[in-house]
Design a protein around this ligand. Structure first.
Ligand SMILES: *Cc1c(COP(=O)(O)O)cnc(C)c1O
Length: 291
């Protein structure tokens, strides 16, 4: 695998650099590629089955489906019961994952928590691997070490004064493991799911938070995956500047960087643009906006 390229991006007259991890693969890209790197490097005969669980339009789900398809592994994915609209609009990441062979299993809402908690006890078979929701798993560590080493190798492409990288957080696995592997840089992130307390708790479940990891806190509370017009405006601005980003995570991270930082920054593109098709439809419907 070649190093993903670095591009320059001028936003609001400020020069940024972007590590183009979204270009790695159509489905297994961005931080999901990094987080699943260890599995990607695992010999085919090590496992027969991968099990995971979470949301039906999740980027991690699609990445795992692509990975299992490539490896010839069975992929079983558990979710809560689908709502009627979800059942009707079978498109986006969900449809793509099904076409890659994902076996979807719905669990009754009232049993879901307990079922997920007991997954590891139910599967004592050593050829089955369980990946925690969103790839928030210790297996993600090595892939982020590889990313840190790539950034060091590409240091000559960046101004020597650049000392900070940024990437948005869901579970915080990516930002945390990147910060641990890249102590010579400041790593900026922002909580896109839940608030700062939730994010810190998620991170601390994996490792103590290192001092070079800075969490930028939004003033306003945003609900995950809800369309906000200001997010669409940022998406559009970035797209016109030359790079498409995802509509769920990137807009808030960029908003924080533009409002709360001044230094030179390398933005690590976290991928997820396959989900834009369904999100754009929601934006166009809700705000009658155009691209
Ligand atoms: C999954 C995802 C994230 C969040 O990654 P975490 O490691 O869970 O913090 C950020 N951006 C995109 C596009 C994602 O798909």
């Amino acid at each position: 695998m070649q190093n993903s390229p670095i591009s320059k991006l001028v936003v609001e007259e400020r020069e940024f650099f972007v590590k183009r991890d979204e270009l790695i693969d159509p489905f297994l890209a961005g931080n999901k590629y990094r987080k699943l790197y260890t599995l990607l490097e695992t010999p085919k005969n090590r496992y027969t089955t991968i099990i995971s669980y979470g949301g039906t339009q999740s980027n991690a789900m699609l990445a795992l489906a692509a990975l299992c398809h490539q490896k010839g592994w069975q992929f079983i994915y558990y979710t809560k019961q689908l709502s009627n609209t979800q059942q009707l609009s079978q498109e986006g990441n969900y449809a793509q994952a099904l076409s890659l062979g994902m076996q979807h299993k719905e669990i009754a809402n009232e049993l879901y928590r307990e079922f997920i908690a007991s997954l590891s006890i139910l599967t004592d078979d050593t050829t089955t691997c369980i990946v925690d929701q969103g790839g928030a798993d210790k297996i993600a560590y090595d892939g982020l070490r590889v990313l840190a080493n790539e950034i060091r190798e590409q240091r000559y492409l960046l101004p020597s004064s650049l000392k900070a990288v940024a990437t948005p957080s869901g579970t915080g696995t990516t930002a945390l493991y990147l910060a641990l592997n890249l102590p010579e840089f400041t790593v900026y992130t922002t909580p896109v799911i839940g608030d700062i307390t939730y994010l810190e708790t998620q991170m601390q479940a994996l490792s103590p938070i290192p001092p070079n990891l800075i969490i930028l806190q939004p003033e306003k509370k945003y609900h995950f995956a809800k369309p906000y017009k200001e997010f669409f405006e940022i998406y559009k601005k970035l797209k016109h500047a030359g790079i498409e980003f995802d509509l769920l995570y990137a807009p808030l991270m960029w908003k924080m960087l533009l409002e709360k930082t001044q230094e030179e920054i390398l933005y690590i593109h976290s991928g997820g643009i396959t989900g834009n098709k369904t999100m754009l439809k929601r934006y166009i419907k809700k705000f009658s906006v155009s691209l």
